[in-house]
Design a protein around this ligand. Structure first.
Ligand code: HEM
Length: 76
């Protein structure tokens, strides 16, 4: 179950990174930087993509344990 815990922790840390990149993109847009540096808008996409992967893993977890006939670990 250590992998589940790691995945949840990674998701939490990625959410902070993602939020920071969104704030950076907004500040960049407000300062007019995005007219020359369009890539600033794409900055949140890599962490968002990783969030999707780790999030979907967490979403599927209870169904996977149920199918295996094990009791779901509510403390994970
Ligand atoms: C992109 C697709 C995403 C999917 C599929 C997804 C899915 C999930 C799932 C299934 C959980 C577990 C909920 C539970 O405990 O039952 C979760 C928790 C969480 N998600 Fe996401 N999420 C996504 C994106 C995000 C984003 C964009 C943020 C914030 C910027 C975020 C922040 C969090 C946080 C802070 C938790 C709680 C983690 C913890 O328990 O420590 N997620 N997410």
């Amino acid at each position: 179950m250590a992998w589940n815990k790691r995945n949840r922790q990674l998701h939490r840390q990625l959410s902070i990174i993602f939020t920071t990149t969104v704030i950076v993109a907004f500040i960049g847009a407000a300062l007019g930087l995005t007219e020359t540096a369009m890539w600033l808008f794409y900055l949140p996409l890599p962490p968002l993509f990783l969030l999707m992967g780790t999030g979907l893993y967490m979403f599927a977890q209870p169904y996977r344990t149920k199918r295996r006939g094990a009791r779901p670990n509510l403390a994970q």
